[in-house]
Every structure is written in C-alpha cells, then in structure tokens.
Design a protein around this ligand. Structure first.
Ligand code: NAP
Length: 258
C-alpha cells in the first residue's frame, strides 16, 4: 500500500522525459493521473502506460503559454476524476544562448511557460488541494536555478523564480495543509537536450565529465524524488528544493578542472 491509492495527480509535461516517468511511477502507486502537454501523441503513449497500471489517465493537451489554461486544467481534472491531491509543475521550455541574443518573444515565452503557468496552476489548484487529506505540489526546477552556467540566463532566471515560488507558496499554503517542495535536477537524458545539442552523444559525454558522480541521470531517477516528496510518510517537510544532480551544484569534479 502506497498511501496514495485513488488519489489524483496532475502532471505537466507528461508526454516525455521526467514528466512521463513521474506519471508512470504515480500510476504504479495507485494514483489516477491527468496528463498535460502540447502534443497529444506522446500524452496518449503515457496514458497507455498509466492505464496498464489499472488506474485512469486523463489526456489534457494544451499550451501552458496560454494564461487561461491552468484553471481549465484544474476544472477538467476535478470534473472528470472527482478530486485533485497532487500537482507536479514539470513542463518547461528552454533556449540556450548569450544574454544579448534573446528576443522579447523568447523572454515572454520562458516567463509564461516556466514561471507564470506554475504560479497560476498553484492558484487554481489550491482549493482542491486544500480539500485533499494530503495536498502536495512538486515543482521541477533545475540546478541552474542556483548555479550560473553559460547560456542559461533566461532559463535559469525562470527556475530561480520557481524556487522562490516553492518557498513562498509552501509558507502561505501550510495552514491549508498543502506542502510544496521542488526538485532541482542536473542533466537527465531526455528530449530537452535536442533543443541545443547538435550531437547528443558528444553533448552527453561532455555533460557527464562535468558531474562529480560522473554521469547523467535517467528520468526514472527523478520521478523517484517526485514520489519521495509526495509520499505520505515524508509529510513533515515543505519549502525544500532537493538537488538531484549527481553533485553538480557542488562544483566541477577535480578531473574536469575543479
Ligand atoms: N533533462 C534535464 O537535463 C533537466 C535538467 C534540469 C531540469 N530539467 C527540468 O525537467 C523538466 C522536464 O524536462 P525533461 O528533461 O523531462 O524534458 P522534456 O522531455 O523535453 O519534457 C518537457 C515537457 O514539457 C512539455 N512542454 C514544453 N513546453 C510546453 C508548453 N508550452 N505547454 C505544455 N507543455 C509543454 C513538453 O511537451 P510538448 O512539447 O508536447 O508540449 C515535454 O513533454 C523541465 O522543467 C526541465 O526544465 C531537466
């Protein structure tokens, strides 16, 4: 028994990578899962995996750059599945490059998808999460929310804001029984790297050399930590940002120049 059987989670970015692995893990723990992303096909693939665990999947395609979407997602989830116990703000967009080169459109889009959408989803989900016996939010940040890396000014800024939202909402929502935590992953083998890497294998080798534990992670290793933060047995923690990054925030390994 997981303690979450029959509970409902809403996971953004659930068609691929960390979000898909999280949806599959939560389904395996007996949770029904609402799946959000722009593309229907990957969401339906995740839905098949969720349903094979014997729980319900709700496919909710949509662009989180649309400010009206968060409330609709929460309404559709609670109407279809009857409740909402867990929100996982996982979807993000990323563009890598020098500060000088970002367009206004890119700045607005990063803020809308990576920061505004989690904020609006937190607002919209609060009444349902407060009605849950164990309401919880997990925000998926990044190690670049706390360390400065070349080319990450815009993306990193949105993740630092997400970490502030984690602490502020944890503080304000504690009295309503909702806990809010975040994970800050280091490099994970997911499609997100296709945006900036021409040669994925070379990029993965290079990233791995810069990690103290010497490798990238698989998405399932991050999903485990999302579960840890919503597990009823860890319920006396809120406002944390857990670095799940092979030691990346500690610095470069000595072999990479320390
Ligand atoms: N992989 C890493 O190395 C790494 C490291 C640190 C942090 N993270 C964080 O981990 C989270 C998950 O990323 P991932 O690595 O699993 O990459 P991913 O597989 O590319 O997942 C990102 C997901 O977000 C969805 N998404 C993107 N823009 C969206 C939008 N406007 N509206 C709705 N959904 C949108 C994408 O689906 P659609 O394209 O279908 O919309 C996709 O399924 C992100 O927050 C990322 O910043 C990843």
């Amino acid at each position: 028994m997981s303690g979450r059987e029959g509970h409902v989670a809403l996971v953004t970015g659930a068609g691929t990578g960390i979000g898909a692995a999280t949806a599959r893990l939560l389904a395996g723990r007996g949770m029904h899962v609402a799946l959000v992303g722009r593309r229907r096909a990957p969401l339906e693939e995740t839905a098949r995996a969720v349903e094979s665990a014997g729980v319900t999947a709700l496919v909710l395609p949509g662009d989180l750059g649309d400010a009206t979407l968060p409330r609709r997602l929460v309404d559709e989830t609670t109407e279809a599945l009857g409740r909402l116990d867990v929100l996982v703000n996982n979807a993000a967009t990323i563009a890598v490059g020098p500060l000088d080169d970002y367009t206004l459109e890119q700045v607005d889009r990063h803020l809308a998808v990576n920061t505004r959408a989690p904020f609006l989803l937190t607002q919209a989900a609060t009444p349902a999460l407060a009605a849950s016996p164990d309401g919880a939010i997990v925000n998926v940040s990044s190690s670049v929310g706390s360390i400065v890396k070349p080319g990450n000014a815009l993306y990193g800024m949105t993740k630092a804001a997400l970490e502030y939202l984690t602490r502020a909402s944890a503080y304000e929502l504690a009295e309503r029984g909702i806990r809010v935590n975040a994970i800050a992953p280091g490099p994970v083998e997911t499609p997100i790297h296709e945006v900036w890497a021409d040669d994925l294998l070379a990029a993965y080798a290079d990233l791995s050399r810069r990690i103290p534990l010497g490798r990238m992670a698989q998405p399932e290793e991050l999903a485990t930590w999302v579960w840890m933060l919503i597990d009823p047995t860890t319920a006396w923690t809120t406002g944390n940002v857990v670095h799940v990054d092979g030691g990346q925030v500690l610095g470069l390994p000595p072999s990479a120049g320390g």
